[in-house]
Design a protein around this ligand. Structure first.
Ligand code: BG6
Length: 487
């Protein structure tokens, strides 16, 4: 079974329901504050944030004129969502956003990454905008700013308007790319008076293959590789069109970049040969999206490997795709490939992953803290960027609610402590990572896993909608307060 498919294997959490405790960081109050560090932490002005996405938290899918997305339809296909739940209600964030922003503030976060639901703003994807949809994001942004939190907006986190899937075949058509550009222009025009940073598409590397290649994400199709490659190319084109739209319609100085689950390559052991090989591997394994965005060309090795399945494209498209970005957003979770140097092929060899390799509560989420050291370091070198943001990092956890109503998620704390220590190692060496968005603020609708995988710093009881800080919320609050991983 492939690695990507095994990501969908599912171990049920024997969840106890939350005991209804709320309030500001009860767990934190029981914790001694970390010793403030004078030196050796993260750089000054390092941006600490947390993240969510529209379909995963908003709920209110039929309210205020929102159109249908491909996920609204997909979750209703029997067997697609492991626990049979939907995002219809999710975290009711559409109505509870003020309370949720208070939770962000209690962590001490200075930034919040959220996504705009395209079908809320354009119910059919194009045509007439729905003012009530935009209003929600106006309210959200205003409330964030009122609380001293920078809004970081993602234009697309997988909730494609169903109408575009029906009329054009979704991302199969460049028509969808053009319409995405128009939608990006509209959002930029109306929100960048207050939103200074925009991510284009979240994780082409996931939603293209899972949605159109193996049918386990919306829209649930299993198309041949040539079509999948073409769709990936189309998403790169959509990214480029969105960058241009933000430049043309956004306020001067608005920054824009991708948020990609970079295929993570790590030198198996730290030798100059392996480091060089891992760098080549990182470029080649990401040749279909990030590399073409950052360089404006598909690599020879990529085109040779794809053969007759390679995407069809024009030079004009490559130019759009490689429109200069202001930062690179990297979603970093698990190590994907441990690399050694090789005399064969492109000069690298990915090693097989042993069966006993440790993972978190999600089978796919291998524990490899060094991933967040090596990947930004190699990426900065390959693509000569001076601003990288970790647009997502975090983990699912066991998250049992104990008799006292608290969640002592030492598994998540172990994961975060180790990843953040490695990130601090990177920044202390001068790797230009400028900020970090922890996935996720709170438990939410985790796509095919439904409500059974929990990634939040706050536990959510989905019956009562009560949010309870886990022990990791205190941990993260201390990290932020001390600007250091060792907290
Ligand atoms: C990232 C996504 O891939 O991983 C998030 O951007 C998602 O939206 C997170 O929630 C966890 O993934 P999963 O598949 O375990 O729910």
């Amino acid at each position: 079974m492939s690695d990507k498919v095994s990501r969908r294997q599912f171990a049920k959490i024997a969840g106890l329901s939350a005991a209804g405790m709320t309030g500001p960081l009860e767990c934190a109050d029981a914790m001694p504050a970390a010793v403030p560090r004078s030196a050796g932490g993260f750089p000054q002005n390092f941006l600490w944030g947390t993240a969510t996405s529209s379909y995963q938290v908003e709920g209110a899918v039929d309210e205020d004129g929102r159109g249908t997305s491909i996920w609204d339809k997909f979750v209703r296909i029997p067997g697609k969502i492991e626990d049979g739940t939907t995002g219809d209600r999710a975290n009711e964030h559409y109505h509870r956003y003020k309370d949720d922003i208070a939770l962000i503030q209690q962590l001490g976060c200075k930034a919040y990454r959220f996504s705009v639901a395209w079908p809320r703003v354009f119910p059919d994807g194009d045509g007439k905008p729905n003012p009530k949809g935009l209003d929600f994001y106006n309210r959200l942004v205003d409330e964030l700013l009122k609380n001293g939190i920078e809004p970081w907006l993602t234009l697309y986190h997988w909730d494609l308007p169903q109408s575009l899937e029906d009329r054009f075949g979704g991302w199969r058509s460049t028509e969808t790319c053009k319409i995405f550009g128009d939608y990006a222009a509209y959002v930029a025009e109306h929100l960048t008076d207050r939103v200074k940073n925009v991510f284009t598409l979240n994780e082409s590397g996931r939603f293209v293959y899972f949605g159109y290649g193996i049918g386990i994400d919306a829209p649930g199709l299993s198309l041949p590789q040539a079509e999948v490659n073409q769709i990936r190319h189309n998403t790169a084109l959509a990214h480029g069109l969105a960058v241009q739209a933000v430049r043309a319609y956004g306020r001067r100085g608005t920054r824009v970049g991708p948020a990609e689950n970079i295929d993570a390559c790590i030198p198996a052991i730290d030798t100059p040969e392996n480091v060089r090989a891992a760098e080549i591997a990182l470029r080649e394994m990401n040749a279909g999206y990030l590399n073409v965005i950052m360089t404006g060309r598909y690599t020879d090795a990529f085109l040779k490997y794809a053969g007759s399945d390679a995407p069809k494209y024009t030079d004009a498209e490559l130019k759009i795709i490689s429109s200069p970005v202001d930062f690179l957003g990297l979603n970093i979770y698990a190590p994907q490939h441990y690399i050694v140097a090789s005399d064969l092929g492109a000069g690298f060899m990915p090693l097989p992953i042993p069966k006993a390799f440790p993972h978190m509560n999600s089978d796919w989420l291998r524990v490899g803290p060094e991933t967040i050291y090596w990947v930004p370091k190699l990426a900065a070198n390959i693509w000569k960027t001076d601003a990288i943001y970790i647009s997502e990092n975090g983990t699912s956890g066991d998250d049992q609610v104990m008799q006292d109503g608290k969640i002592y998620d030492t598994d998540r704390i172990m994961y975060l402590r180790n990843y953040l220590a490695q990130l601090q190692r990177a920044t202390s060496e001068g790797v230009p990572v400028r900020g970090y968005f922890l996935w996720s603020l709170m438990d939410n609708f985790e796509w095919v896993f439904g409500l059974n995988k929990r990634f939040g710093l706050y536990h959510v009881n989905f019956d009562t909608q009560v949010r309870t800080p886990k022990l990791s919320a205190s941990f993260y609050r201390n990290v932020i307060a001390n600007n250091a991983a060792g907290a």
